[in-house]
Design a protein around this ligand. Structure first.
Ligand code: V47
Ligand code: SF4
Length: 349
């Protein structure tokens, strides 16, 4: 298997399962690092971005999500579009950002027009800034709310200024896991269908996998296999991001171990041979482990972030944001070449 991976061959789901079951973390890291280098040489990308969560009010109330609230519940909030702009202007006084990442709850009252205006006003106030907005879950909610076909939803989002989409909401596609964790959320099959439609509309997206809760390795491999299959068809995914479950939630449990996190990054890098980028999300992995992940197959470090809420609601102890200098230094000290990127992985600056 090592020879196959080293020569760029495609591994099977059964082989991926063997890799997950392997305790040889050094060999996994070495092979994944070589696979990452084949794609991106010694580069590690980062972006100056800001995360905005317009509301935590959500009709889905997934059991692993400590960020969401029901309407009227203590701690529930919703930002008007004017408040979003004000917040971004305040942030801009101190931090330069090239991308705004927007995801939030499914607000029972928000219309499709409200989302379109949100993007439109951000673009108007911050020309040149790219918008990575709305998970497949939110896009499907817009379809339901508007009664429009997904194709039209994406066209209008794009026309209003949406550039790319994040990869959230994928969780674990397998129905057994999904029904136990987030029964109200769209199914795995529907998530893939929404992404296929986004790619068809010319919108690049990411993909995630939330791991380390109740799933097993078979569930993870099946998830990765569904993503690899869709990527073969559309080529529309830019990056894959494994998200380690933060356990301060109704589901409870314990956080995954460091070796488990590194293994997940490495196996994903080796299995998803048609994805250009694997992202280490330092907010959930922790700063130090994210740096090590750059030697285990990750070639992208998200991002300056500035004001993270979702992971921190579920117990993440990392900072709320990092400076560009801190990101570049983490990358350099891992022996990699930092490359500042835009939302399409083009080098900038
Ligand atoms: O979809 C919710 C996850 C996601 C928890 O595409 C949790 O560039 C861990 O998708 N523990 C949102 N995760 C975050 C996300 C993301 C983040 C950074 C970059 C990108 C990108 C995407 O957070 C949700 C859900 O899967 N989440 N609760 C939790 N307790
Ligand atoms: Fe809502 Fe997303 Fe949280 Fe689920 S993960 S409750 S869809 S905000």
């Amino acid at each position: 298997m090592a020879d196959k991976i080293a020569s760029g061959g495609r591994i099977t789901p059964a082989e991926a399962l063997k890799l997950f079951n392997s305790g040889d973390i050094h060999t996994l890291g070495e092979l994944a690092d070589a696979a990452a280098k084949r794609k991106n040489r010694n580069r590690v990308y980062y972006i100056r971005n800001v995360h905005v969560n317009p509301t935590n009010i959500c009709v889905n109330r997934c059991r692993f999500c400590a960020f969401s609230r029901s309407r009227g519940e203590e701690g529930a909030y919703e930002l008007t579009n004017r408040e979003i702009i004000k917040k971004l202007k305040q942030i801009r006084l101190k931090n330069h950002f090239d991308e705004v990442h927007i995801v939030g709850g499914l607000h029972p009252d928000w219309t499709f027009e409200h989302y379109l205006e949100m993007i439109g006003t951000i673009k108007e106030n911050f020309p040149g800034v790219r918008i990575k907005g709305f998970t497949a879950v939110e896009a499907d909610y817009m379809r339901k709310k508007s009664g429009l076909p997904l194709r039209v939803v994406f066209k209008r989002l794009k026309d209003s200024g949406l550039d790319v989409m994040p990869g959230g909401g994928a969780e674990i596609f397998h129905p057994d896991v999904r029904n136990a964790l987030c029964p109200e959320k769209l199914s795995g099959r529907e998530w893939l269908k929404v992404m296929k439609e986004a790619h068809g509309a010319g919108i690049k997206t990411n993909a995630t996998m939330l791991y380390g809760h109740i799933e097993n390795y078979e569930h993870r491999v099946a998830h990765l296999q569904s993503l690899r299959r869709l990527q073969d068809e559309t080529g529309g995914f830019q990056a894959f991001i494994p998200l380690p479950y933060q356990p301060d939630t109704e589901v409870g449990g314990r956080a995954s171990s460091g070796t488990e996190d590194l293994k997940c990054i490495a196996v994903s890098r080796m299995f998803l041979d048609n994805f250009d980028h694997v992202k280490a999300y330092w907010v959930m992995l922790g700063e130090k482990l994210s740096q090590v992940a750059l030697l285990f197959g990750a070639d992208d470090l998200e991002g300056t972030v500035i004001e993270e809420k979702i992971a921190h609601s579920a117990g993440a102890r990392t900072k709320y944001g990092l400076s560009e200098a801190e990101l570049a230094s983490m990358i350099r000290k891992a022996g990699k070449e930092p490359v500042r990127r835009d939302s399409f992985y083009r080098r900038i600056g």
